[in-house]
Design a protein around this ligand. Structure first.
Ligand SMILES: O=P(O)(O)OC[C@H]1O[C@H](OP(=O)(O)OP(=O)(O)O)[C@H](O)[C@@H]1O
Ligand SMILES: Nc1ncnc2[nH]cnc12
Length: 197
């Protein structure tokens, strides 16, 4: 596709609907990562609004937040901090409990003292639905003395916890207009029709 034919957020139409039932997220954005142009455009949209000189470190949330987070860190020439689901880090950790869209009690962990106090951290995840996961990550960074320089994600649904993030932090996402935001909030994209058999 040539640059002038591309609509903002065009790559969101590559995301596929959930066909595996209510235990899973309602949509799978991973086809965006499979398409080189989509991946490039998505990463560019996630970082464009930030003043890059105000970011010291990029943090990504286990597991799909690692995909975009590490791509962004590489692009910005910054280090990358893994914020992990519980039970993987073999060093001393700080832990925060949270509940996400699956309504399950979960924990995120971060290695202790990962950066000097005052470090400005861009926090990246694939998707924000209830905001539970992102709040847990933000709490870990702030407990360690970091400053949240911004939050970047493909999409933020307009749910209460997510909207509170927007009030407190610079949140950048890739949903380009209200019509698409409404589809996201309703958990049905018009583009899902392309996947109907
Ligand atoms: O806003 P919330 O309701 O907290 O949901 C958002 C989280 O859920 C998804 O991760 P998931 O646990 O499905 O794991 P994955 O990243 O490993 O796919 C998504 O990537 C976020 O991390
Ligand atoms: N990957 C994802 N897609 C859609 N909704 C989600 N909610 C949490 N993660 C999600």
């Amino acid at each position: 596709m040539s640059g002038k034919d591309k609509q903002p957020g065009w790559y969101l139409s590559l995301a596929m609907p959930n066909v595996r039932g209510p235990a899973y997220a309602w949509l799978d954005p991973s086809p965006i990562y499979l398409n080189p142009e989509a991946m490039q455009d998505c990463v560019a949209d996630m970082i464009r609004p930030f003043d890059h000189s105000e970011i010291d470190l990029v943090a990504g949330i286990d597991g799909t937040g690692f995909v975009l987070g590490s791509a962004i860190a590489y692009h910005l020439k910054k280090g990358f901090l893994m914020i992990r689901k519980a039970g993987h880090l073999a060093v001393d950790v700080t832990t925060v409990e949270y509940t996400d869209y699956q309504k399950k009690q979960k924990s995120l962990e971060m290695r202790q003292n990962p950066f000097p106090p005052g470090t400005r951290v861009l926090v990246v995840d694939q998707w924000i639905e209830t905001g539970g996961t992102m709040w847990a990550a933000v709490n870990l960074i702030e407990k360690a003395g970091g400053k949240v320089a911004g939050i970047a994600t493909i999409c933020m649904e307009e749910m209460e916890g997510a909207m509170k993030l927007k009030m407190q932090y610079d949140v950048v996402h890739c949903v380009p207009n209200e019509e698409l935001q409404k589809q996201v909030n309703d958990h049905y994209l018009e583009s899902f029709k392309n996947f109907e058999k």
